[in-house]
Design a protein around this ligand. Structure first.
Ligand SMILES: NC(=O)c1ccc[n+]([C@@H]2O[C@H](COP(=O)([O-])OP(=O)(O)OC[C@H]3O[C@@H](n4cnc5c(N)ncnc54)[C@H](O)[C@@H]3O)[C@@H](O)[C@H]2O)c1
Length: 257
């Protein structure tokens, strides 16, 4: 059976954990050759090993997406070893903690550097490669935190709001090059990234924080990495050919209230 990404080269940033790992595995199962890019080499390699065990093709890349030289070197390797990029999932991201009164300047700078500058750097590198093959699809990772205020998440909310604005700007600029750009704004997904936030929300008790968070979701559960990976697959594939600049919100109804 034909895969939905057959013959395409897909880069998944933050592919060593959580949503990125689920997306890398799903994209590979749908026929793409995957570059798994992560700050943590062992994590990227583990995802590559999982894909290879399922008969897929994948390459592990170690880079900090906030570092322009590292990003350019990583994308050069993708072009050389796998071919021009057809799909980029800008998934890597970091959390922040605190309101503007309680967070630190360092926390703000790192959150902006990874979530916003990292998205810009990877998108620029991918867009250059995509033009060689006549277009492609960039899927950005926002968050419900871009759409509603989330307590004690000031830098994170601001960074994800910037990713939504950057998505629209890139969609307009790149449309004539055949490059579509959309953004996913997931609700809470139970991954290593969110566990410290859940524990803090529960006053040190993760189970309590989890229950308090689920209470905000009309659908009665948190998301899974696979819930979000399936949305990313749709946006990455030609099935979403008429969509660009869209904000897609898999959030169990959280922002519908
Ligand atoms: N989990 C959620 O509830 C949730 C909700 C909305 C949005 N998101 C977003 O989804 C994305 C993935 O989140 P997750 O929950 O799967 O997180 P995760 O922590 O499980 O995975 C993130 C991965 O990104 C990598 N990474 C972090 N900084 C990096 C950098 N500078 N360069 C390269 N790789 C880096 C990490 O090493 C890790 O492997 C993030 O952008 C996050 O903001 C998550």
């Amino acid at each position: 059976m034909a895969g939905r990404l057959d013959g395409k080269v897909a880069v998944v940033t933050g592919g060593g954990s959580g949503i990125g790992r689920a997306a890398a595995a799903l994209f590979a199962a749908e026929g793409a050759a995957i570059a798994v890019l992560d700050l943590v080499s062992d994590a990227a390699q583990e995802t590559v090993d999982l894909i290879a065990a399922d008969g897929g093709q994948a390459l592990a890349l170690t880079a900090d997406i906030a570092d322009g030289d590292e990003v350019r070197m990583a994308f050069d390797r993708v072009s050389t070893e796998l071919g021009p990029v057809g799909v980029l999932y800008n998934n890597a991201g970091v959390n922040s903690s605190g309101s503007i009164l309680t967070s630190t300047e360092e926390d703000w700078d790192r959150c902006m550097a990874v979530n916003v500058k990292g998205t810009y750097l990877c998108s620029a590198a991918a867009a250059r490669s995509m033009t060689e093959r006549g277009g492609g699809s960039i899927v950005n990772q926002g968050s419900v935190a871009a759409l509603v205020g989330v307590a004690n998440f000031a830098a994170y909310c601001a960074s994800k709001g910037a990713v939504v604005a950057l998505t629209r700007s890139m969609a307009v600029d790149l449309a004539t090059s055949g490059i579509r750009v959309n953004v996913i704004c997931p609700g809470t997904v139970y991954t290593p990234l969110m566990r410290p936030m859940l524990t803090a929300r529960g006053g040190g008790d993760e189970e309590k924080g989890l229950a308090m968070t689920i209470a905000k979701y009309p659908i009665g559960r948190l998301g899974t990495p696979e819930d979000i990976a399936r949305v990313a697959l749709f946006l990455a594939s030609d099935e979403s050919a008429f969509m660009t600049g869209s904000v897609v919100t898999p959030d169990g109804g959280m922002t519908a209230q």
